[in-house]
Design a protein around this ligand. Sequence first.
Ligand SMILES: [Zn+2]
Length: 567
Amino acid sequence: MLRKSSIVIIIMLLFSVFLFSEESKADKQVFKTTADRLNPTEKDYPSGRATDMIVIYTPEFGERTGTNQWGVEAIIVNGIVTKVGGNDSEIPKDGFVISGHGIGADWIREHLKKGAMVMVKGKKIKIQHGTISEIYDVDSALESAENYFKKKNNIDDIVKESEKSNKATVFLGKKIEAEKLLTEAKKLTSEKKNQEGLKKAAEAKKIANDLFYDEIDSKDAEIRGVWHRLTEKSPEELIKTLDRLKEANFNAIFPETWYHGMTIYPSEVVDQLPEFQGWDPLKVLVEEGKKRGIEVHVWVESFFVGVEEKRSLKHYKNWLAVRKDGKIISELEKGYIYLCPARKESQELVLNVYKEMVKKYAIDGLQLDYVRYPRSMPYEKGYCYCEYCQKEFKKLYGVNPLDLTPEGNPEMWENWRKWREDNITRFVETVIKELKAIRNDIEISAAVFPEYESALTEIMQNWKLWTDKGWFEFVCPMIYSDDKEWVDKATKNFLKLAGNTPAAPGIAPFMKIPTNDIIEQILVLREDGTAGVVMFALHSVTDDLIYALKRGPFRQSARTGIEIKNK
Ligand SMILES: [Zn+2]
């Protein structure tokens, strides 16, 4: 009796495990959240989309969402996501827009895939992925492939072209193959055979993606870089990372070497970051990078030295940048701590770290990042009002900057802004002069804010002056967006101002942008005439992206193409 019932229980258990696992498989495709606002009437931020929020806009709200550029929006028509990306979107008459900022934007990027089904009840949002999203992926890959094929071969109609060109015939054959699989996938889905439908859609997607990647040209010379904060724990792990990059024909790595007020290598100037004690990752990078044709451009954080004092700032506590309200820690860049960029002590310390790297390591280049003030607009939370800055500015202009506001004293405010800008520019000039004196062939670059006006007023970074003077071998405007049109516009504007200095814009896999959209952004940058691309950052470079790069735009190895001036 006992035995019999145990068997029954075991069978029941097995059955429930089976049910449960089936259910959780399905569950993975369903996501729920609640929006913070629906058609907001609040005017605290443009269109009522405040920090980290998710907001729903329906046609009742108006024609457009009217949001600013710092977020992302998904357009939903008849319950299906038709577009993800951009801001200030048109609100569809038969649909709505889900808009997000900060954490809200991250949630949208992760869960609102093109083709997903979305149900909204009040502020409640339910999203379902499945075959339909896969079908959208195939459609858009086919569209990308076709657009690129037409443009490259300068033709309007592939079907017509296939009558006389073998290339077009082959292309068309593959396209038809993908479409056939897609039709089967749709049929299976309509018969509720979802798993089989997904499988067919995945097969179609592979053909469509390869069709797109295979059409893309590989260039002989362009910067193919990636920023990287090391998490490797041994030389072997680091070598594995370099091998992975080599496999996809990257030719430059930008390892973060000076951050949190410490270095990744054992330094005589500052402390080594504790997680790297016992070995020298920079030495490994330089030696192993050379063997693989991967240039090493150390990425340095200049005046940005810590986050919320998690790290020891004991060496610098008297030189830290101070806010207008007397606080040290930034609110506009959550938790960040900076050195006062004006102080001789800060400038010398940072410069000595850079000099040490150039002297001790055969690095190819050094890239200045955070070569600017902490974010300082709105000015009430701006920098730097340390005693030194108050005293120095007063010596020159007879006023204490603490008493200034942009509205109250526009002219004197501009003097204050310009004084801060000059502190940064003087630092950049000194760094270049001193490093080139050690090694004339060192390539110096900078990561900068792409929009010139706000670079000047918010962070006092006059990169146009630096490029006008030809100080850098190249610059990397950080053009982070999932909106291809914005990337195009921002790049064109930047190139116009940057003059003769080559630009390799930074793009943003970290925003969880779909692989093919990243590939499309690379094509946009090439068309705009950039010197290459740098990806932020390696931890977001997925195996899918490596595959796409290797099969597509990075198919063959390329030199960086940066020719050294003044040799
Ligand atoms: Zn200061």
